[in-house]
Write a protein that binds this ligand. Sequence first.
Ligand SMILES: Nc1nc2c(ncn2[C@@H]2O[C@H](COP(=O)(O)OP(=O)(O)O)[C@@H](O)[C@H]2O)c(=O)[nH]1
Ligand SMILES: [Mg+2]
Length: 259
Amino acid sequence: MSVLPPVRKDRIIGQLPKCFNKGAALNTEDEFKSKVKTACQQQRTGTVGFKISKVIVVGDLAVGKTCLINRFCKDVFDKNYKATIGVDFEMERFEVLGVPFSLQLWDTAGQERFKCIASTYYRGAQAVIIVFDLTDVASLEHTRQWLEDAMKENDPTSVLLFLVGTKKDLSSPAQYTLIEQDAIKLADQMKAEYWAVSALSGENVREFFFRVASLTFETNVLAELEKSGSRRIGEVVQINSNSNNLYATSKKKQTNCCQ
Ligand SMILES: Nc1nc2c(ncn2[C@@H]2O[C@H](COP(=O)(O)OP(=O)(O)O)[C@@H](O)[C@H]2O)c(=O)[nH]1
Ligand SMILES: [Mg+2]
């Protein structure tokens, strides 16, 4: 009996997606790390396949956070602006290198009055997406504050950061070039990966979220390998449909010397 429906065909990731700009990237590798690929092939990814990684999306009001998430998760663009109240989230299931992997995308409201609520939701994020509007320099300037707020609740050494400029369709080439220079500089200082997208046209949206999913997945597998380094992973965690225990652990078949 399968617990969950199969992952959508367009959520299957077999290759490490490329970064957007090599000048502000979390890594510039062409492929997933070989030890990650090997671990996936040998099904030595421990609990990664059952984990849900929390990703938070922050930034000023009306920069396009909700539209960005909706374009990716529902493939829609809603022109009618509705401020997100408090916090909302979407689940996205992927399959990376044959391993199921889920992201929980938290859409926070930008309004100051919700800031106190939002801070509790920042906790435990594995990736932080800081959004600004490519046509609004002030929204880029405010990203430092958003980063600071999000990091109060998280461990900066283990969180993946993304700085995303939205509404690419609205910015003129000259305006875009100018703001991009500043954004790349800032992303470099923040140790974030820079992307420019448009929720209206869909440009780079899928590529961006695939990158988030892939890098978060890779980080999780590496952490799992490190954790299990000492305890040898001869154990394969699997869903056992005959048991009430969903996370039953099956040992590799051992020969019984008494038989
Ligand atoms: N042209 C254009 N407009 C956008 C884009 N993304 C969002 N918007 C518009 O910007 C406004 C705010 O978007 P929303 O996602 O609700 O902002 P949020 O407050 O950050 O969640 C809405 O009127 C959207 O229609 C985009 O990529 N291109
Ligand atoms: Mg919103």
